[in-house]
Design a protein around this ligand. Structure first.
Ligand code: XUL
Ligand code: CO
Length: 437
C-alpha cells in the first residue's frame, strides 16, 4: 500500500462493554452469533463515501472545516485515487465490509460527459484493485443527479429534455461501473426530482418522465446483465420543496402506477422518514408490507433543527426498533446498513470519523441484542398475535378469506350484539420494551 492516512489509528477491535478505550467496540463483535447469524452478517455495515471521505463539513453559514489530507493535491483525478486508497484503509481499520458511492464522489466531473466517464474509469481501476486487495465490497452505487447546476430544476423531471438525456447518460455509466465493481445494488434517490413551486410545474408530465427514466434503467440493466437490486430512496423535501418520492407509501404507489414494482425495492433512510412526519419504523413497516424493504441508510436527525442533518445513530431505542423489524423480515439479502451520516463540523479531525462509526456500530449491536431478547421473550409478539386473534376463526376468518359481505356482517351483528374489546395496553408494553433496554 502507498501512503497511510490513518497511521496513528490501530485496527478497531472488540474489547467488551467494560473497555474504556474510545477506539474499540464495546458491543459490536463481528463474529458473535445472535439469533443464528453473526453480527457481521446481520448488519452488512457500509460507509457512505460522500460523507466519510468527501464531506468538507461546510454548512449554509460557513466553509468546510474537515481535515482530509487524502483530498488534497492539484490533480483532481490523482486526488480522487488517493481518496479511494484512504477509503479502503479506513474500512479496513474500522472492520466495515461495504461502501456506497455516487459517481461524482469517487471521481471528479470533467468538462464533458466523455471526460467525466474517463475520470470515473480511471478511479474505478483503483477501486477494483483495492476491493481485490482487501475483500471489501460495493453495497450500491448511484449517480449524483443533483449537484451540478444543469440539474437545478431536476434531472429526470427537469423541464428540459437535454437535461433528461444527460441524466440518463450519467445513470447508464454509473450502472456500468457499479456492475464492473460487483455492486450488489443500485440506488435512485430523487435529489431534485420534485419542484420548488407548482406555479411553473407540470407535475403529471414530470412524473411520467421519471417513470420513463426508471424503465430505461430497467432495460439497460437487462442489456448489460447487471444483477444487483435497484432501490428507490424516499425523502419528502430538501433540496426540493416537495420530492416526488416523498415517503415509502408514495414510492410504492409510484412504482405500482408505472409498472415498476417488480424491479425495485426501497432504501429507507431514518431521518428521511422523520422529515416525512413518520418514524423510521413506520416506513420500514410500509416497505415490508409490500415485500419491498431492500436496504437502510442509517442515520438520525435533530428534532430541534429539523434539517436533514445526517447524524450518526446513537439512540438505542431507535436501533432496537429498526432491528426488531429487520429480524422479523429475516434480515437483508442484497441490502445493508449504510451509514449515510456525517460528523459534526466541530468534529473536524480524521479520528472523529472512527468515533462516529464506532458509535453507530455499537448502537446497532446493542439494538440487535435487545431486539433478539425481546423476540426470545415472546411476550410482545404474543400480545400482538392475541390482539388480532378474533380474525383467526369464525367471522374474522371469513372476513379475511373474503367469503362474506355486508349481509353476513349484518346478520352476525344482529345476533352478536355489542362487541367485547380489550385494552390496547400501550403503556404496559412500553414498560416491557424498557425492561430490555
Ligand atoms: C440525501 C441522501 C443521499 C442518498 C444517495 O439525503 O440520503 O445521499 O442516500 O443519493
Ligand atoms: Co441516503
Amino acid at each position: 500500500m502507498s501512503q497511510e492516512y490513518f497511521s496513528d489509528i490501530p485496527k478497531i477491535a472488540y474489547e467488551g462493554p467494560d473497555s474504556k478505550n474510545p477506539l474499540s467496540f464495546r458491543h459490536y463483535n463481528p463474529e458473535e452469533v445472535v439469533g443464528g447469524k453473526s453480527m457481521r452478517e446481520h448488519f452488512r455495515f457500509s460507509i457512505a463515501y460522500w460523507h466519510a471521505m468527501k464531506n468538507t463539513l461546510a454548512d449554509p453559514f460557513g466553509v468546510g472545516t474537515a481535515i482530509r489530507p487524502w483530498n488534497e493535491g492539484s490533480d483532481p483525478v490523482e486526488a480522487a485515487k488517493n481518496c479511494a486508497r484512504a477509503a479502503f484503509e479506513f474500512m479496513d481499520k474500522l472492520g466495515v465490509d461495504y461502501y456506497c458511492f455516487h459517481d461524482r464522489d469517487v471521481a471528479p466531473e470533467g468538462a464533458t460527459l466523455a471526460e467525466s466517464n474517463a475520470n470515473l474509469d480511471a478511479v474505478a481501476d483503483v477501486l477494483e484493485a483495492e476491493q481485490a486487495r482487501t475483500g471489501k465490497k460495493l453495497l450500491w452505487g448511484t449517480a449524483c443527479l443533483f449537484a451540478h447546476s444543469r440539474y437545478n430544476q431536476g434531472a429526470a423531471t427537469s423541464p428540459y429534455a437535454d437535461v433528461f438525456a444527460y441524466a440518463g447518460a450519467q445513470v447508464k455509466k454509473a450502472m456500468e461501473v457499479t456492475k464492473r465493481l460487483g455492486g450488489e445494488g443500485y440506488t435512485f434517490w430523487g435529489g431534485r426530482e420534485g419542484y420548488a413551486s407548482l406555479v411553473n410545474t407540470d407535475m403529471k408530465r414530470e412524473l411520467d418522465h421519471l417513470g420513463r427514466m426508471l424503465h430505461m434503467a430497467v432495460d439497460w440493466k437487462k442489456e448489460i446483465g447487471f444483477t444487483g437490486q435497484f432501490y428507490i430512496e424516499p425523502k419528502p423535501r430538501e433540496p426540493s420543496t416537495h420530492q416526488y418520492d416523498s415517503d415509502a407509501a408514495a414510492c410504492l404507489n409510484f412504482l405500482r402506477e408505472y409498472d415498476l414494482l417488480d424491479h425495485f425495492k426501497l432504501n429507507i433512510e431514518t431521518n428521511h422518514a422523520t422529515l416525512a412526519g413518520h418514524t423510521v419504523q413506520h416506513d420500514l413497516e410500509v416497505a415490508m408490507g409490500a415485500n419491498a424493504l431492500g436496504s437502510i441508510d442509517a442515520n438520525t436527525g435533530d428534532t430541534l433543527i429539523g434539517w436533514d442533518t445526517d447524524q450518526f445513530p446513537t439512540d438505542i431505542y431507535m436501533t432496537t426498533e429498526i432491528m426488531l423489524r429487520l429480524l422479523k423480515m429475516g434480515g437483508f439479502t442484497t441490502g445493508g446498513l449504510n451509514f449515510d451520516a456525517k460528523v459534526r463540523r466541530e468534529s473536524f479531525e480524521p479520528v472523529d470519523l472512527f468515533y462516529a462509526h464506532i458509535g453507530g456500530m455499537d448502537a446497532f449491536a446493542r439494538g440487535l441484542k435487545i431486539a433478539q431478547a425481546i423476540i426470545d421473550d415472546g411476550r410482545l409478539s404474543d400480545f400482538v398475535k392475541d390482539r388480532y386473534s378474533s380474525y383467526d376463526s369464525g367471522i374474522g376468518a371469513q372476513i379475511e378469506a373474503g367469503s362474506i359481505g355486508f349481509k353476513e356482517l349484518e346478520a352476525h351483528t344482529l345476533a352478536n350484539g355489542e362487541p367485547s374489546i380489550k385494552s390496547g395496553r400501550q403503556e404496559m408494553l412500553e414498560n416491557l420494551v424498557n425492561d430490555f433496554i
